[in-house]
Design a protein around this ligand. Sequence first.
Ligand code: TTP
Ligand code: MN
Ligand code: MN
Ligand code: MN
Length: 394
Amino acid sequence: QVDESKEVESIVPSYACQRRTTLENHNTVFTDALSLLAENAELSDEDGRGVAFRRAAAMLKALHSPVTDLLQLRGLPCLGGHSLRVIKDVLENGASSEVEFTKQSERFKALKVLTGIFGVGAKTAERWIREGIHSLQQLQDSAHTLNRAQQAGLEHYDDLNQPVTKAEGDAIGEIVAKAVMSVLPGAQITLIGGFRRGKLTGHDVDFLITHPEEGREVGLMPKVVSWLESKGFLLYQKTTRNSYLESKDGPARPSSNMDRFERCFSIFKLPEDEKQGTKQTETLTDTCSLTTPSLVKDEGSESTKRANLKPWRAVRVDLVVSPISQFAFALLGWTGSKLFERELRRWAGHEKAMSLSSHALYDNTQSKYLRASSEEEIFAHLGLEYIPPSERNA
Ligand code: TTP
Ligand code: MN
Ligand code: MN
Ligand code: MN
């Protein structure tokens, strides 16, 4: 007796990597609520609950019309009892009481503020909160010594918590390209992460670097970093060398989801003039006010930073270097979304007896690695329909 016209979708596959999820979302009131509960669970070291909320939210993102009645959810996958209660609450009351309670809670607010510092994870934040530290001021007043990443994170807190625009991402791409071409002509740079999926803003900018000749990419990162440092583009950087070749546990079975490429987590100093690029004339007045000597003189002070009157902005940038033989796997693994990646690996393991990582795909039945030089080939190996980056926004 379900009203067919009210049904939002007849068949929705249960793995996010089987679905096309664009940025257009007809169910934001539900997905925002579930995402907040997922975030709270992740910040509270309850990853299982976090994934359950993320899966429920992702399923709703894939629907083509708004859910207006619980009956429409019959037969849809990924909805556990807890998620259904949240959806029901939103449908009946316009908001979820659990979400509202969580948002107001001192604990959640403190976790958000503290993990908003680059270099501070859920565990560290939790420890500080137990000591009564709930704000940046309390942290600064405490006796805690911060590591180099956290010091940089605190120093550039406001900039790093302001979303990065696509224009800023492109400006950084030009700088990275100049650096890479200066130290290894012929190398290739690809925008990855959220911007490759078509997002208009992100929390950082991600790039994958390779060279068409296998082996030429070895040792590239320190050279790129030196070039960037010599030009004053880096406020912070931590380079990790490739640990893939030395590992003993087999390439497709890493001890964690972290891959082992040569990589660099950094904070860029993006000058305003680079950021504005060709639009410089339109924003001439802004540019002039930014370089007024009386304002520049004040550059380091807290108040100036908060008013953002300095002629540059701090932006988080991730750089990854991959050998060409692993490029397709690295590209697929670093394009996201995080849930889409997790679902690809779950599909590979549970449905195909394969192990997928950002380095390789291993077929446990045939006991061999499956090669691929494009993302399309990897989807084909996995028996999945190809999903382009813009539809991986699960
Ligand atoms: P993020 O940059 O964290 O996420 P994002 O680009 O999707 O979102 P945002 O716009 O907020 O920046 O990660 C990008 C992808 O890289 C994501 O799919 C996970 C993957 N990744 C790894 O494979 N290994 C890692 O160590 C990290 C940090 C990310
Ligand atoms: Mn739609
Ligand atoms: Mn990103
Ligand atoms: Mn990133």
